[in-house]
Design a protein around this ligand. Structure first.
Ligand code: GH3
Ligand code: MG
Ligand code: MG
Ligand code: MG
Length: 314
């Protein structure tokens, strides 16, 4: 477990994907002209972004499998490849359909702009361009995407991700794992006797417990782990680049943290002693689709409940 804890979580991601910095919003710049990509990269990095550069759409596809960017700046004309086709394919894919795209192209006719937007692109800039304007548009698009994410991809009560996000994240994670051969783990978590907490402290305290719990999850997991509220008091946690054995250790540590000290609820002014049960499944040993992995984790969770609760099983 020490090895897991010591792993500087973001560093592997940076090395694998080619993004220039571990922090900051990630922008993928796809343009066959190295003068453009260098110029744009330098300017965006100066403004705090992490930038990855690709010179054709094939490499861009590989970069997407390595790590999800927050936004793509996309050229239209490539010696062998077509930005319009690329954007259309992105939009229809489960894993990458929600990534914002800004076209940056010499094509400045109305017809080109119309086809650009018809692919589902978020913005369109013609070359020659002012890099300050590109930055302003990137920031505006990211701000909208952030609001959107809060509204449609997160659970309102806890701000954990929702099932819709989980589905798309799993598709991307599976594509990445298949390509790199790296495993990942998925845990299904269900609170033990949560009904009793509602019964003895009231539904509002129950709600606040769920909020405090997600904060505790966030504080005890890696930034790259994804926490999703799967149902009422059920959560799914996806741990990228984590073999199942490590996933079990991480969940066991989390279980001990939660079981070891009661949650302090500020608004309700009570302490809630709480435990959870969890089932862990690993890609590819327990399944190669999201459905299979969720089923395997759910079955392991069932065994954890049957064995007496407050435990992690695989
Ligand atoms: P078990 O150990 O078998 O999982 O027992 P349990 O009581 O946790 O299981 P059960 O599925 O029977 O009940 C889950 C309860 O979680 C039902 C409901 O009262 C509570 N719950 C679900 N969603 C929410 C929510 O959003 N807020 C609150 N306060 N309670 C919720
Ligand atoms: Mg070009
Ligand atoms: Mg339940
Ligand atoms: Mg429960």
């Amino acid at each position: 477990l020490a090895a897991v804890e010591q792993c500087p979580e973001e560093s592997c991601a940076t090395v694998a994907s080619g993004f220039s910095k571990p922090n900051g919003k990630r922008i993928l710049v796809v343009d066959d002209d190295p003068a453009i990509t260098t110029f744009v990269r330098d300017y965006l990095e100066k403004n705090g972004f992490a930038v990855a550069v690709c010179h054709d759409t094939k490499t861009a596809e590989e970069s997407l499998m390595a790590e999800l960017p927050d936004l793509i700046v996309l050229d239209m004309v490539f010696p062998n490849g077509d930005g319009i086709e690329f954007c259309r394919a992105l939009r229809s894919s489960e894993a990458w359909g929600m990534i914002p795209v800004i076209f940056l192209t010499v094509k400045d006719r109305l017809q080109d702009k119309l086809s650009g937007f018809s692919t589902g692109a978020d913005d369109y800039i013609c070359k020659p361009f002012k890099v300050e304007e590109l930055l302003a548009r990137i920031e505006a698009v990211l701000k909208r995407a952030c609001t959107n994410e809060e509204l449609i991809l997160r659970d309102e009560l806890t701000q954990a991700y929702n099932r819709r996000y989980l589905q798309s994240f799993l598709a991307a994670e599976i594509a990445r794992a298949q390509r790199t051969g790296e495993p990942f783990s998925l845990a299904m978590v269900d609170l033990d006797h949560f009904k009793k907490i509602n019964d003895s402290h009231g539904h509002l305290a129950g709600d606040e417990t769920l909020q405090a719990l997600v904060q505790t999850f966030l504080g005890n997991l890696r930034g790259t782990d994804v926490i999703c509220r799967y149902g009422g008091e059920e959560f799914v946690i996806v741990m990228p680049r984590t073999p199942r054995g490590d996933g079990v250790k991480i969940m066991e540590r989390l279980r001990q943290t939660i079981a070891g000290r009661p949650l302090q609820l500020r608004r309700s002014q009570v302490e809630i002693a709480l435990t959870f049960s969890a089932g862990v499944a690993g890609f590819p040993s327990d399944g190669i689709s999201g459905e299979e992995l969720l089923r395997a984790a759910d079955q392991a969770l069932y065994r954890a409940k049957a064995a007496g609760r407050n435990r992690v099983m695989q």
